[in-house]
Design a protein around this ligand. Structure first.
Ligand code: F6P
Length: 552
């Protein structure tokens, strides 16, 4: 494919943006058809783009761009296991992880769904053993607490989903409490170890590579803590550790018993891995049935992505509206704003999914791109962010594209009618805030009728014209969360397909890992000297400061 910036539709979109100029969303939104034209439903999900600075012609041109970039062929290549991760010469097959058990997917002469289903079955056995109180530590007590040791994709996905679906704990099982420790400085682990009983604690050592220093360090500390308290290292390893990785050899080398190893494949990227055995904490939290519901929701979205016309395709539309903002309106910031406390970690999860995937500046052909790619993305629970950074959205100098995300229904399962009403009132208030904010961002102070006596005071002005998308889900369940995550995965893929970049590698994080090791050596210097040849003056200064002040 030639550069997208050389395509006729790219040029036409540039002209469209020029033509649109400073036209305010207030004007565009004054059209009764707009909501119908720019919103789409699929299976309990609603995507509304009517608060985007998009006209019918814009959408047409964006779809033309998608076609000129051969998007449909690329989607097919993704889903059928073509080796589209060119720099690592392999496919990206996270979608295969959510295939129904009776489907086949032949890649390189193998039906890969056989291995996937076998891995799910092994995971199920472990989960059921733990839930039945049959997994016992070295003292014979059943496991009650599980700590997931992992970082990046081996942490953020499971953490986000476990938090979001905490209400979906299955009844009639021994509850296990799940905690997460990722930080290399050990602060989360130190906190957990203060409270935990080693006799009833199980660690999941979760790392695709099984060589990430952050997780290795935490696992070493956990192992030391267990052996110190319980003795007998061999039994500790056997009864207090499960390993999840792409490498059996490395797990065995570290001491994980074979029966406690869950394996996944090199064609699952870390940030796309929560559907694999990396999702073990999720299955422990919501049961295997719930985990399979999560997979089913994602699969339904995969089907929609594969078969819907581009004009009705939710991930395609979400991606194209992003492309419009980034490449043609020059809006390089993206905020993720869920209006449901259970989605607290969803923005964090998306920062890795989007920025590690599409934070690239080299095309698939190895050329430097001459257009912007992934925006700076951040987010927070919307109602809390209203009291933190919304000031910038309303009156700052930056244009920001916002995604508002909310479930329509909540709390209907609460049995006590009075408590149910109280919480449903709170949910309604949250939804009202969500809609009020997106409306205000769109219209500015025109959202509120003016009194004649009102004086136009500059510091009271809301300029509006901030674009946003709204994503509503009927209710938050394992199934709908699966859909929501897959929707964003595919959005990322579509944007990468248009930018002609590889969303499945992350070479930009490798160098940092290497030089951190050399830097650690410098911090160990007994003579407290820093080799001036090895470091720049700024870093030397910091190292010297620490070497002379660190307390042993
Ligand atoms: O350093 C980045 C990264 O490689 C991510 O892509 C990945 O999710 C994370 O580290 C953890 O990697 P692993 O699962 O191999 O420990």
């Amino acid at each position: 494919m030639s550069r997208p910036s050389n395509l006729a539709s790219w040029y036409a979109l540039q002209q469209e943006a020029k033509q649109m100029g400073d036209r305010h969303l207030r004007e565009m939104s004054n059209n009764d058809q707009r909501y119908q034209e720019l919103s789409r439903h699929f299976d309990g999900l609603l995507l509304d783009l009517s608060k985007q600075r998009i006209e019918p012609l814009t959408l047409q041109l964006l779809l033309q761009l998608a076609e000129e970039c051969q998007l449909s062929t690329k989607i097919n290549d993704l889903l059928t296991g073509q080796p589209i991760n060119l720099s690592e010469k392999r496919p990206a097959l996270h979608t295969a992880l959510r295939l129904p058990a009776n489907e086949e997917l032949w890649v390189d002469g193998q039906d890969i769904n056989l291995g996937i289903q076998a891995s799910l079955d092994k995971m199920q056995q472990l989960v059921e053993k733990i839930h039945a109180g049959q997994w016992r530590g070295v003292t014979g007590l059943p496991v009650t607490h599980v700590v997931n040791l992992g970082v990046g994709g081996s942490d953020l996905g499971p953490l986000m989903v476990c938090h979001a679906l905490a209400d979906f704990k299955p009844k009639n099982i021994s509850p296990v409490k799940i905690q997460f420790a990722s930080t290399i400085d050990g602060s989360q682990l130190a906190e957990s170890l203060k409270e935990l009983n080693p006799a009833t604690t199980l660690f999941i050592f979760s790392s695709k590579s099984f060589s990430t220093i952050d997780t290795l360090t935490n696992a070493k500390t956990a192992r030391h803590w267990l052996v110190d308290k319980l003795g007998n290292e061999e039994l500790v390893l056997k009864q207090h550790f499960i390993g999840v990785s792409g490498s059996t050899e490395k797990m065995t080398q570290w001491g994980i018993a074979e029966e406690n190893q869950l394996l996944f494949w090199d064609w699952v990227g870390g940030r796309y891995s929560l559907w694999s055995a990396i999702g073990l904490p999720i299955a422990l939290q919501i049961g295997m049935q719930g985990f399979r519901q999560l997979l089913a929701g994602a699969h339904a979205l995969d089907q929609h992505f594969a078969t819907s016309r581009l004009i009705d395709n939710l991930p395609v539309l979400l991606a194209l509206s992003g492309i419009w903002n980034i490449n043609f309106l020059n809006i390089r910031a993206q905020a993720i704003l869920p209006y449901d406390g259970r989605l607290k970690y969803f923005p964090d999860y998306l920062t890795q999914l989007e920025m590690e995937s599409n934070g690239k500046s080299t095309s698939l052909k190895g050329e430097a791109v001459d257009y912007a790619t992934c925006p700076v993305l951040w987010g927070e629970l919307g109602p809390n962010a209203q009291h933190a950074f919304y000031q910038l959205l309303h009156q700052g100098t930056e244009a920001v594209n916002c995604d508002f995300i909310a479930p329509v229904h909540r709390y209907h399962e609460i049995e006590d009618p009075e408590a149910r009403k109280k919480f449903q009132d709170q949910h309604r208030l949250s939804l009202a805030n969500c809609f009020a904010q997106s409306r205000l961002l769109m219209l500015g102070d025109a959202a509120v009728p003016k009194l004649e006596s009102d004086q136009p005071m500059p510091h009271l002005l809301y300029r509006g014209n901030q674009p946003s998308s709204t994503l509503l889900i009927d209710e938050l369940t394992p199934y709908s969360l699966g859909q929501l995550i897959a929707l964003y995965e595919h959005k990322v893929f579509v944007q990468a397909a248009i930018w002609n970049i590889n969303p499945f590698d992350q070479w930009g994080v490798e160098l940092g890992k290497k030089i951190a090791l050399a830097t650690e050596q410098a911090l160990l210097a007994e003579d407290q000297q820093v080799n001036p040849e090895a470091f720049d003056p700024s870093t030397s200064g910091l190292l010297k400061h620490c070497l002379t002040t660190i307390k042993q």
